[in-house]
Design a protein around this ligand. Structure first.
Ligand SMILES: Cc1cc2nc3c(=O)[nH]c(=O)nc-3n(C[C@H](O)[C@H](O)[C@H](O)COP(=O)(O)OP(=O)(O)OC[C@H]3O[C@@H](n4cnc5c(N)ncnc54)[C@H](O)[C@@H]3O)c2cc1C
Length: 501
């Protein structure tokens, strides 16, 4: 089963190109056709910049096509953290710019008549324990001190009791792929070009311009925007030392009963998230959560199984129609990196680390970068400075990340396998040793063996087998591959070496 959003076929029928060969020129090259890249292209092509999007797969098919699609400035319990870490002005600006992004998205939808199931909703974070209730009350104090009108609510339309919630009004939900379709139509009308199935392999400086390389073409432009989710250029930038990925799971159910209003997320881990969505004239319920660091795989029972248990408990007659998962990038201080990619690459820009709140943050990022290209000041740019060095308040997370990376690079390569080649059950996989070489194998339902070299093509970490999704996942930086070794997620962009056994 795939994502509910990716079942929307119309977005595939626009006038994309696939056969980029030779050399072309444009003003701005955008690498990646998720919500961030497409939003940048939307604004820039409207301003008259000749804009080219290069997308490795199809538009919106990665993280954006697997999101929950809540458009909100309530990014978990975040404002107390922001005030304590960076001060009140900083927290207020973060809140204001995300509220502005909700307005921007609504304006784009209205101006372009985009039919994307946009619906204003209240957004709640609920408490199920006394400890969580204290956190909620603290957050309400923090948000109120920023002159924002949030509310404490004791009753919700969730199917279980809570001890209370923080509520932000006038937040929203939408269908992310229908929204991207509307943006892409505008980009194409404004003479932007969108190349799909086109992988970028490098970006190099060439005098006043940059050359972006694909296997068959060179694109020359003054500006480049790296909108590839996790940046794939390691040096300069060094984003691989300051970003990790986290995977979460979603199911969409037909609850067979009428649902109330609102979007919800729990105050503490394991986070559980709820929202409604329309599909085939029915109102579905999306239940998400069970997140973990990408590459540290959990069993199906601990992921989809837990979500399905919740569905069956509260909606016993429900049918599960879709299930999917995806990963998002998280920085060590929990703030995105938005702005110039590196001081060594002026006019190359990045937006990443949206920490599972990229619907508004991608709009914020696009506005900051579009202003930078126009050499206009943006008063929110300082919040997300992409060159900041020290994740001061999150030093433990930083240490953990370094330990994880070095474990995977050095020690995990010495692990011995516990899988016997002749006894691999069907539909299972893992790492075995053949002639002192580590080999990643998956036996499919027909008994065919799919074998790969289980070393990530990004920085050489040993991959983990993900038995839930039948993918090879990297515990260092979150790259993912299918069981045949085809690359699915950044920062790696090359496939794994395949073996014929
Ligand atoms: C489970 C989950 C639920 C979420 N729910 C919400 C939510 O409710 N609200 C919210 O605000 N946010 C949410 N988010 C976060 C949000 O979905 C993401 O932050 C956002 O979609 C990221 O968009 P993007 O454009 O940066 O990345 P993507 O959508 O991943 O786009 C990047 C694109 O770049 C392409 N690419 C990569 N490398 C190359 C290359 N070398 N050459 C060419 N193209 C390349 C990829 O194929 C991809 O299409 C959620 C995230 C997760 C994981």
């Amino acid at each position: 089963m795939n994502s509910l959003w990716l079942s929307y076929e119309n977005i595939k029928n626009l006038d994309y190109k696939t056969d980029l060969k030779g050399s072309i020129n444009c003003d701005v090259t955008i690498i990646g056709g998720g919500i961030f890249g497409v939003t940048c292209a939307y604004y820039l092509s409207k301003l008259g910049y000749k804009t080219v999007i290069l997308e490795k797969f199809t538009i919106g098919s990665r993280t954006t096509g697997h999101t929950t699609g809540k458009i909100t400035s309530l990014h978990g319990l975040f404002y107390d953290y922001l005030i304590n870490s960076f001060g009140k002005k900083f927290a207020k600006d973060y809140l204001d710019v995300n509220e502005k992004a909700i307005e921007n998205i609504k304006n784009i939808i209205d101006e372009n008549n985009i039919n994307c199931d946009f619906k204003y909703q209240n957004n709640y974070i609920y408490a199920k324990s006394e400890e969580d209730l204290l956190k909620i009350k603290k957050e309400i104090n923090a948000v109120s001190s920023l002159d924002y009108n949030c509310e404490f609510v004791s009753k919700t339309s969730l199917p279980f009791d809570t001890l209370g919630s923080i509520c932000f009004k006038n937040q929203a939900q939408f269908h992310p792929l229908k929204y991207l379709e509307g943006l892409c139509k505008s980009i194409l009308e404004n003479l932007g070009e969108i190349y799909i199935n086109t992988t970028v392999t490098d970006v190099k400086n060439d005098g006043d311009n940059y050359i972006t390389f694909t296997p068959d073409a060179k694109i020359s432009s003054k500006y480049v925007i790296i909108a590839s989710h996790y940046p794939f250029i390691n040096f300069p930038g060094f984003y691989f030392t300051k970003l990790y990925q986290s995977t979460s799971y979603l199911i969409a159910i037909d609850p067979k009963k009428t649902l109330g209003n609102g979007m919800y997320i729990s105050a503490s881990e394991p986070y559980l998230s709820f929202r409604t969505a329309t599909y085939d004239n029915k109102e579905l319920l999306l239940i998400g959560g069970m997140g973990h660091k990408t590459g540290y795989t959990k069993s199906e029972n601990e992921t989809y199984g837990k979500l399905e248990e919740i569905a069956k408990k509260y909606y016993p007659d429900s049918d599960i129609l879709f299930r999917w998962d995806t990963n998002d990038c998280i920085s060590l201080d929990k703030l995105p990196y938005i702005g110039s990619y590196s001081s060594l690459m002026p006019n190359v820009f990045v937006g990443t680390g949206f920490k599972k709140w990229g619907m508004t943050l991608s709009n914020v990022a696009a506005n900051i970068i579009v202003d930078k290209i126009q050499e206009k000041e943006n008063k929110y740019e300082y919040l997300f400075n992409s060159h900041r060095l020290k994740p001061l308040k999150n030093i433990d997370e930083f240490k953990n990340m370094l330990v994880d990376s070095s474990n995977s690079l050095l020690f995990r390569k010495l692990e011995t396998s516990n899988l016997d080649f002749f006894e691999i059950p069907q539909n299972s996989g893992g790492i075995i040793e053949i002639n002192n070489e580590k080999v990643g194998v998956y036996k499919d339902n027909d008994g065919n063996i799919h074998a790969i070299k289980p070393i990530c093509t990004h920085l050489g970490c040993l991959l983990s087998w993900n038995d839930t999704d039948k993918t090879w996942d990297c515990p260092c930086h979150g790259s993912r591959y299918d069981f045949d070794g085809n690359n699915l997620y950044n920062p790696a962009f090359k496939d794994l070496e395949k073996y014929d056994l």
